[in-house]
Design a protein around this ligand. Structure first.
Ligand SMILES: Cc1ncc(COP(=O)(O)O)c(C=O)c1O
Length: 368
């Protein structure tokens, strides 16, 4: 039995497709292609789901990060803290606004931004902003980060590209915060468009107004230049339709994570701490191996058996050739990167699927 990494067939089931097609046909008939009624409906309901006051749709998750930095007036001459383990786009956004990324180390047990490293890096580099990333769908330790940043006047942009439905703590979803929080709705995300889309959440009405001006060529404020980062109406219609099932599907991901946690006990794969079972959106199911070599060999074995898996992330950002001139702290990130193997994670995996994955893992270790 093969187990694939994504499952678009079950996600885009017949009833969902019928509903979306009807909505897209209406959009075509009404010639309302950009920023239509589904944009407004989605913004209202996603803000409610994440307990934020304002949701502003934009064209993609990288634009969302850049616009958030623009709104906080981060630009040339400024330094921005970025965790050593994240997708390239987090640092790319910093460079695109003309600022400089400074690496902040991660916590050994989960790969999330380390508040103690943040303090050391800020003392040395005087950061204007920091971008904690809720990587894999796990909540970064925001209580400690917020407390420190508030005292120091550091702006916080939370990169929640992978965290639709993640909770900081019980009853407090990512979004329930004073910061600017950005999401990507790229097709592989838990909540996803049929192309690119993203959004920014904020509690603050003034900041929300600035995002609205910035995403639409600076219209509405002569003093401000903006860009085009509007979200297409068709993408908003897809997102709004998917909102109906996101909480159910995130709950199913949790059940899958529980099954993995149980099944992996006693194997050499290190699963994430139990406290994340209820908090994470389980966008990915990352495990840690003892060495890069074992991770690589296990990955090849699983792929040969038809089991999808990915090594997110093989390198720290400082190890990316285009980013090697930037400095900061990332000693633990360097030990963490390369040893991570993400196993298949979709809302539709069954106990049989998990048993297949784990029995192939066990048969690999029986021979190696
Ligand atoms: C952590 C993180 N930040 C930013 C992005 C960028 O989002 P997008 O591809 O929608 O621009 C992604 C996308 O995968 C991501 O995973």
């Amino acid at each position: 039995m093969s187990v694939s990494f994504y499952d678009f067939a079950n996600l885009h089931h017949a009833e969902f497709k019928d509903k979306v097609k009807k909505r897209i046909n209406d959009i075509i008939d009404n010639n309302a292609f950009v920023e239509g009624e589904y944009n407004t409906k989605f913004e209202k309901e996603f803000a409610q789901m994440q307990k934020s006051n304002h949701c502003l749709l934009v064209a993609n998750g990288t634009d969302a990060l850049e616009i958030a930095l623009n709104v906080y007036e981060v630009g040339p001459g400024d330094k921005v803290g970025v965790p050593g383990i994240t997708f390239y786009a987090t640092a790319e956004a910093v460079l695109n606004v003309g600022a400089e990324p400074v690496w902040i180390d991660v916590q050994e047990e989960d790969g999330l931004l380390c508040p103690t490293s943040l303090k050391r890096v800020h003392e040395k580099h005087n950061l204007k902003a920091v971008m904690p990333v809720h990587i894999y769908g796990l909540p970064a330790p925001m209580d400690e980060i917020n407390q420190y940043c508030e005292a120091q006047g550091i702006k916080v942009v939370e990169d929640a590209a992978q965290a639709q439905g993640t909770f900081y703590k019980k009853d407090s979803p990512v979004g329930d915060s004073k910061n600017l929080i950005t999401f990507s709705f790229y097709p592989t995300k838990n909540l996803s468009a049929f192309g690119d889309a993203g959004c920014i959440l904020t509690h603050d009405e003034e900041l929300a107004k600035k995002v609205i001006v910035n995403r639409n060529h600076g219209r509405g404020d002569e003093q401000n230049m903006g860009r085009n980062s509007r979200c297409d109406h068709m993408q908003a219609a897809v997102l709004y339709t998917k909102l109906e099932e996101i909480e159910k599907f995130n709950q199913q991901r949790k059940e899958v994570a529980k099954m993995y946690h149980r099944a992996l006990e006693g194997t050499p794969l290190k699963a994430l701490p139990e406290k994340f079972i209820e908090l994470s959106s389980w966008h990915l199911y990352p495990t840690q191996l003892e060495s890069v070599e074992i991770r690589e060999n296990l990955m090849n074995h699983l792929r040969e058996k038809g089991i999808g898996c990915t090594p997110f992330y093989e390198r720290t950002l400082s190890q990316e050739p285009a980013l090697s001139q930037y400095v900061g702290e990332d000693e633990i990130a360097k030990k963490f990167a390369g040893k991570t193997l993400c196993l298949p994670m979709t809302p539709f995996l069954t106990q049989d699927n998990i048993d297949t994955v784990v029995s192939e893992i066990k048969s690999f270790f029986a021979k190696n």
